[in-house]
Design a binder for this molecule. Structure first.
Ligand SMILES: [Zn+2]
Ligand SMILES: [Zn+2]
Length: 192
């Protein structure tokens, strides 16, 4: 009687283990490649952090949709076998030299859309010269500096245009130096 019970128990256990192994194999880690909102390929710069996970999106508006029911989106993603990336830890070392930094006492520089904590101005200058390099260095260690509002790239281009525009375009014929001295508004009619 006793041995028989043990046999059945062991058999059951073996079955359970096999089933478990099969399940584990099925849910092998798969990095996130698709937007949980649209199913399109994700881009590194669009993401949100939720419950210790970093969820990537295909465009900047997806986070808004995601945040309406984040748990549902995350659960669906995890159930499909995707291993969501972990949210990086806050920065605790100075990226160029590796010295410890403290958000309360260390100074910081803003570069590349991030606020890097630094040990010294010397390291700060290095980061400003190549923020991407030091951001990568921190990410390697599972850390990330705080984000700052991205500096819009537009103003530079607009300033360049503003300089060039008044000299070449009069707004009328497009040839004379200023609108007030423009000889005619008809662009095509003038040449005849
Ligand atoms: Zn999307
Ligand atoms: Zn340093």
């Amino acid at each position: 009687m006793h041995t028989r019970h043990t046999m059945i128990l062991l058999l059951g256990l073996a079955l359970l283990l096999t089933a478990g192994a099969a399940l584990a194999a099925q849910a092998s880690p798969k990095a996130q490649t698709d937007c949980p909102v649209h199913g399109k390929p994700v881009q590194d710069q669009f993401y949100t952090d939720f419950e210790g996970y970093r969820i990537y999106f295909c465009q900047d508006t997806c986070a808004e949709t995601f945040n309406k029911k984040p748990k549902q989106y995350l659960d669906t993603m995890l159930k499909s076998g995707v291993t969501a990336a972990k949210t990086p830890a806050p920065q605790s070392i100075c990226p160029p030299c590796g010295m410890k930094v403290d958000p309360k006492s260390s100074s910081a520089v803003e570069a590349g859309g991030y606020r890097f904590l630094i040990c010294s101005d010397y390291c700060g200058a290095k980061i400003k010269a190549d923020p991407a390099k030091y951001l990568a260095k921190l990410k390697e260690k599972g850390q990330e500096p705080a984000r700052v509002a991205p500096v819009p790239a537009k103003p530079v281009a607009v300033a360049g245009e503003a300089k060039a525009a008044p000299a070449s375009k009069c707004g009328g014929c497009g040839k004379c130096p200023s609108k007030s001295s423009c000889l005619g508004d008809e662009k095509s009619g003038e040449k005849k």
